[in-house]
Design a protein around this ligand. Structure first.
Ligand SMILES: [Zn+2]
Ligand SMILES: [Zn+2]
Length: 227
């Protein structure tokens, strides 16, 4: 889309609400949709997700809503579990150095739209702009099985060196369970009995703070989802 078309689209979107919010939310949603089908094995994407330790809660919920989510998120979470287990075993800190990739896509869209608008007037722009890229807040709280959410790991390991070892083992165990999900998605092994799909949502909750008991949906009445 060239800048003229972008400006036209901004004006058109402004009839339905804040055009900057609508366009940036839309680009994050499209990114998440593409992610489940095309980007999940992309090395650049994989590296980005390692730096952010996955998606923020809101975009994890969007990702879980995709048809291909069980396999895509198993692949991503298995990779992240490997990273976390290795870092813990090596005594390295567990933190996110980059924002959630979908938040980043939304921020880039907003920035470009603001450049296109320049000094012109577009109706309905809400007072939130320009926004900072939201910092990736790692989830905290109770353990899921033996594994603590990633936001708890640094503190737990700092208080008790044995905990780093136990958590590394817990994340390795999760990784193996996720590999079993990935294997089950391979047509050659489809007929083998398998019922451990719940591990996908358990792992996602450790990285993104979603509900560990079920596949998260946007309708979950949690105030954080509306933030
Ligand atoms: Zn807005
Ligand atoms: Zn996000």
């Amino acid at each position: 889309m060239n800048d003229g078309a972008v400006f036209e689209d901004l004006l058109e979107e402004s009839a339905r609400g804040c055009p900057l919010c609508r366009r940036s939310d839309g680009s994050a949603k499209r990114f998440i949709a593409t992610f489940a089908y095309e980007l999940v094995n992309d090395p650049t994407m994989r590296a980005e997700l390692r730096r952010s330790l996955g998606f923020c809660r809101r975009h994890a919920v969007d990702a879980a809503a995709q048809t291909g989510a069980p396999l895509a998120l198993s692949i991503v979470c298995a990779d992240l579990c490997t990273q976390v287990a290795r870092r813990l075993a090596a005594g390295k800190p567990i933190r996110a150095t980059d924002p959630c990739p979908a938040c980043d896509v939304a921020a880039q869209r907003e920035q470009h739209d603001l450049e296109v608008i320049g000094r012109r007037r577009v109706p309905n722009v809400c007072p939130l702009h320009p926004r900072d890229v939201p910092r990736r807040e790692l989830p905290r709280g109770l353990a899921v099985g033996d594994a603590l959410p990633v936001g708890e790991l640094d503190r737990a390991a700092g208080h008790d060196p044995g905990q780093a070892e136990r958590q590394s083992a817990a994340y390795s165990a999760l990784q193996r369970r996720l590999e079993a999900v990935i294997r089950h998605h391979d047509y050659r092994f489809r007929d083998e009995p398998f019922d451990d799909f719940g591990v996908i949502w358990q792992a996602l909750s450790l990285f993104s703070g979603t509900d560990p008991r079920r596949r998260p949906t946007a309708r979950a009445s949690d105030p954080l989802d509306r933030a």
